[in-house]
Design a protein around this ligand. Structure first.
Ligand code: PEP
Ligand code: MG
Length: 323
């Protein structure tokens, strides 16, 4: 079974009707690149940079960050590397011993909110990412956006980082793409506005589920309620994919949902053409894609999208996976 899967490594991910699908890898540290390549990933869809900042007292400086980002870009050669800017806070504290206590960390000053309130930290990271973009095909991904105002403030800081590099005549990719994570329901509902101002979208279902169902993703006592198949979650995911497709901006899913083989057809049926997941799941999802026929699955996916009854979803999904 493992051998059979391994043979799929070099097979292109194409559906039965001939639609090409991108299967990217999520990584946390530069060493993960070898797993991504071994699984045949056609890019890094999510590089969670906060792992460079966690479990230490001092923030990594620009040089340390630059060298980590550059090594990933070089290792992936001409394949895309999507670097997510700092997503610190809540489930990803820098130093749990000294973390500020607040009542609702998941709703607090975290991720892009933290970066916008500490522009010096953010600019250091942006400069490091931009400088690394000279050595490969890097894209910037912004986590936890909730409003277009935050997006504009972020884009202004990226501009400032570029100008500071221009002043030093430093090399970077002047056409670097900037995308946004859609992982707050408010952003999913306004996905078209985000798609208009960004180059691509990436749906973070881990947080999207947490925030739409009001379930703390780190709290075991409510984990039985954490359900990616809740009709509200499915509607938000589909709405985001539709917005990106309408405006011709690529959309990816980089939350755990993307790595679940039994959800691949549903996401394909919603119009998703790019998945990013833990490297260990890529071949299983690829096998599912190779056996999927879009004209057959799309009407069933529509039917699933049409129901508000959570108990109807699972039987319909089984039907979809038997197609
Ligand atoms: C997500 O929220 O789905 C996601 C991909 O980001 P993280 O799990 O790092 O919050
Ligand atoms: Mg997230």
């Amino acid at each position: 079974e493992q051998q059979k899967l391994k043979r799929l490594k070099l097979t292109k991910a194409v559906t039965l009707d001939g639609t090409s699908i991108e299967l990217h890898a999520n990584i946390e540290v530069p060493e993960d690149v070898s797993h991504a390549r071994a699984a045949g990933a056609t890019g890094i869809g999510l590089y969670r940079t906060e792992f460079l900042f966690m479990n230490r007292r001092e923030m990594p400086g620009e040089e340390e960050q630059f060298s980590a980002y550059r090594s990933v870009a070089e290792a992936m050669k001409d394949l895309p590397v999507t670097i997510r800017t700092l997503d610190l806070g809540a489930d990803k504290e820098m130093n749990p011993d000294t973390a500020r206590t607040c009542t609702n960390p998941a709703l607090g000053l975290r991720a892009i909110r933290l970066c916008l309130s500490e522009p010096a930290i953010f600019l250091t990271q942006l400069r490091a990412i931009l400088r690394a973009s000279h050595y490969g095909k890097i894209k910037i991904l912004i986590p936890m956006l909730s409003s277009i105002t935050e997006l504009r403030q972020t884009l202004a800081l990226i501009e400032r980082a570029k100008q500071s590099l221009d002043a030093e005549k430093a090399h970077y990719d002047k056409d670097i793409q900037v995308g946004g994570m859609i992982e707050i329901p408010a952003a999913a509902l306004c996905a078209e506005a985000f798609a208009r101002e960004l180059d691509f979208l990436s749906i973070g279902t881990n947080d999207l589920i947490q925030y739409s169902l009001a379930i703390d993703r780190t709290d075991d006592t409510v984990s039985h309620l954490y359900n990616p198949l809740h009709p509200a979650v499915l509607q938000l995911v589909e709405m985001t994919i539709r917005a990106g497709n309408k405006l011709g901006k690529p959309v990816s899913v980089c939350g755990e949902m993307a790595g679940e083989a039994k959800l691949a057809r549903l996401l394909l049926g919603f119009g998703l053409r790019q998945f990013s997941m833990h490297p260990s799941q890529i071949l299983t999802v690829k096998r599912q894609i190779l056996q999927s026929d879009l004209p057959l699955i799309t009407p069933v996916a529509r039917k699933i999208l049409g129901t508000q009854d959570i108990d109807r979803v699972e039987p319909l999904l089984q039907k979809l996976n038997l197609q």
